[in-house]
Design a protein around this ligand. Structure first.
Ligand SMILES: C[S@@+](CC[C@H](N)C(=O)[O-])C[C@H]1O[C@@H](n2cnc3c(N)ncnc32)[C@H](O)[C@@H]1O
Length: 400
């Protein structure tokens, strides 16, 4: 360490670090190294049927309202989805996939033999499969619209979360989208998957069949604010964007989170929310789990009833499934940088467990207001990225 900032404001440092594979001193983030009781109806989701379900409070089923506005589909429609299940549709997809050249060259070639709209839809589907490669193992056989794919839970998170539903008879997967969560849930329970968009429902049907769990899934098109199927447990993943803007409050989600409505079905409810959820909006009765996958914290889950653990808060790191459970801890010391700097994972930061992590690692804070920790020994933890300190300088704009 070259210099330490004696006499200056505590916790204001420029720390030049290096991490694992990097040779050059760097202040930049390194690449993060962290890197299924009988519901077996195969619904025809294009003609939504409402079977004689009753909501758990005993009131009669209300027919769901079907929203025929395919806001999520750009060029691909419900009809396109059906087409791609036909021999001709499969042939078009195969040809488009195997042709050499860029998108325009492919489109020009396939348009000679197929309807132009189908060709656009085929190209969109293939592009979405490319985009979904990191989320799904069987992506090359799956179907997505662009927005549905962007909102979909990937397999790593959906299979991890689904573990809480083990032993549950039937789960209602509300707002199923393209079926990202349905796939995970159907690995441990029977699932009734509901979305107000019939196109999404048809996509979920397609994807659960592709993933080999179709016989455990029933799909329905319905507005879940009006009607929720009877189930032993609920998972709900409401939309959190409108017109490209993030929706911050649970009250603004699509649909808004209505706990009383969900608890009429069952007390065992899991709600996927944004990781930036305001603590003021987290009900006292739930456990909140912040989950990060390959270094990126994109969600939190509110667990209620029999789905929650004793923990109040939890930070979980995927794909390794390391989980840090909250307990009371003293505020960490604030000291000058040691031999290593630790950048806690976003899930740990969002779960407000930095002091606890510091305590468990024998580390201290560099600044009371900042999440970076420091220590003198090379700790290995899934909960933080470690940087080796090369130099420490007094803070100053010129040096930056
Ligand atoms: C975030 S996405 C769900 C993604 C899904 N969990 C997945 O992994 O693919 C939200 C979904 O909620 C649906 N939705 C919004 N309002 C709804 C309502 N009132 N009833 C049912 N579904 C609704 C949207 O159509 C959209 O597909």
């Amino acid at each position: 360490m070259a210099e330490k900032g004696g006499g200056q404001r505590p916790g204001r440092w420029i720390v030049a670090c290096r991490s694992g594979p990097f040779d050059t001193p760097s202040l930049a983030r390194p690449m993060n190294s962290g890197r299924h009781s009988g519901l077996t109806v195969r619904g025809d989701s294009d003609s939504p049927q409402f079977p004689p379900f009753h909501v758990a409070n005993g009131s009669h089923v209300q027919r769901g309202k079907i929203d025929h506005d395919f806001h999520g589909f750009h060029s691909m429609t419900l009809d396109d989805l059906k087409y791609f299940r036909s021999a001709q549709g499969e042939a078009l997809l195969k040809e488009a996939r195997e042709l050499p050249g860029d998108e325009l060259a492919k489109l020009t070639r396939i348009r000679k033999g197929y309807d132009a709209g189908r060709c656009r839809a085929a190209m969109e589907l293939l592009a979405n499969r490319e985009r979904g490669r990191r989320k799904f193992a069987r992506v090359d056989e799956m179907a997505f619209d662009r927005e549905g794919l962007e909102q979909a839970s990937g397999e790593t998170t959906s299979t991890y979360r689904a573990q809480r539903y083990k032993g549950v008879g039937a789960v209602a997967d509300l707002c199923c989208g393209v079926g990202g969560d349905t796939i995970g849930l159907a690995g441990v329970a029977d699932v009734v998957a509901v979305d107000k968009d019939p196109g999404r429902v048809a996509t979920t049907r397609w994807n659960v069949d592709v993933c080999g769990v179709g016989d455990r899934v029933r799909v329905l098109a319905s507005d879940v604010t009006q009607w929720v199927p009877e189930a032993d447990a609920v998972f709900i993943d409401p939309g959190r964007r409108r017109d490209g803007r993030r929706l911050l409050s649970l009250r603004d989600y699509l649909p808004p989170v209505d706990l009383d409505h969900l608890f009429k079905v069952t007390p065992d409810v899991g709600i996927k929310v944004a990781p930036g959820i305001s603590y003021a909006e987290i009900p006292e009765t739930c456990e909140v789990e912040f989950i990060s996958d390959e270094g990126s914290c994109k969600e939190a889950i509110l667990w209620f009833g029999g789905l929650r653990s004793e923990a109040e808060r939890r930070a979980t790191i995927l794909p390794g499934r390391a989980s840090l459970v909250s307990r009371s801890s003293e505020p960490a010391d604030v000291r000058t940088p040691g031999a290593f700097v630790l950048e806690p994972d976003r899930a740990v930061i969002r779960a407000h467990m930095i002091d606890q992590l510091a305590e468990s690692l024998g580390a201290w804070k560099l600044n009371a207001e900042v999440a970076y920790l420091s220590c003198d020994h090379p700790v290995d933890t899934p909960f933080a990225t470690r940087f080796q300190v090369r130099d420490v300088f007094r803070f100053g704009m010129k040096r930056l």
